[in-house]
Design a binder for this molecule. Structure first.
Ligand SMILES: C[S@@+](CC[C@H](N)C(=O)[O-])C[C@H]1O[C@@H](n2cnc3c(N)ncnc32)[C@H](O)[C@@H]1O
Length: 204
């Protein structure tokens, strides 16, 4: 994985500001109108900016200070609160039952899965989008360890209720659709209401 130094250098030398990721931009209507949100490994924070504009009290964490400085400069030009923090998220994980919304985009650290699930409040929503090993071109990380296996997002967050899942792989006209990436929106159900199907019983 790139180090914080490498990411800082990258943010210092590129003027490019990516837009909010599709998992958030296409499903903004699923966001609560108030509450607390976290953009984890936020980079320049396009997702954090969208969450804050939507009215959520937004936290944005990344270990690249340069990115957060640029995010703070963007944030003053729009309504909403963004609390930026320089933080190694693999070491300082989010606290349990703290966020109504968590967004993770183009970042994959499998050791964070259980902390992310725990960090959601009851009914909290996880928006996750990142690169897949099955891809139609070479965009994204070269190291397969930082790319999802087929169906992996579903398996990682099997304890959450799936709201939206998209993984188009190389099916059909690969010049269209979401390619090279998978996206998941999933909800933390407060308790087992007795109407969820668990994989093992569904297969019996
Ligand atoms: C590909 S960028 C994605 C940024 C943003 N989420 C987006 O979609 O535009 C990956 C980001 O993860 C950050 N990152 C990588 N490892 C990290 C870690 N252990 N702790 C905090 N940030 C990390 C990098 O600094 C970089 O900003």
């Amino acid at each position: 994985m790139n180090s914080a130094i490498e990411w800082n250098n990258r943010y210092q030398t590129t003027a490019h500001k990516p837009p909010p990721c599709q998992v958030l931009a296409a499903y903004t209507h699923l966001l609560p109108s108030s509450g607390t949100a976290l953009d984890l490994a936020c980079g320049l924070g396009a997702n954090a900016l969208l969450l804050a504009r939507h009215g959520l009290d937004t936290y944005a964490w990344d270990y690249a200070q340069t990115a957060l400085e640029r995010l703070q400069a963007y944030a003053v030009t729009q309504p909403g609160q963004i609390h930026t923090q320089v933080r190694d998220v693999s070491v300082s994980k989010p606290s349990p039952a703290t966020y109504d919304v968590i967004v993770v985009c183009h970042f994959l650290d499998r050791s964070l899965v259980s902390a992310l699930i725990q960090a959601l409040k009851p009914n909290g929503l996880l928006f996750y989008q990142t690169f897949t090993r099955t891809c139609v071109n070479d965009c994204g990380p070269k190291n397969p360890e930082f790319r999802l296996r087929d169906n992996e997002l579903l398996l990682m967050f099997a304890d959450l209720q799936v709201v939206v899942y998209q993984e188009e792989a190389c099916i059909g006209d690969t010049t269209q659709g979401l390619r090279n990436e998978a996206l998941l929106i999933a909800r933390k159900i407060p308790f087992d209401k007795g109407n969820s199907i668990h994989t093992s019983s569904a297969l019996e």
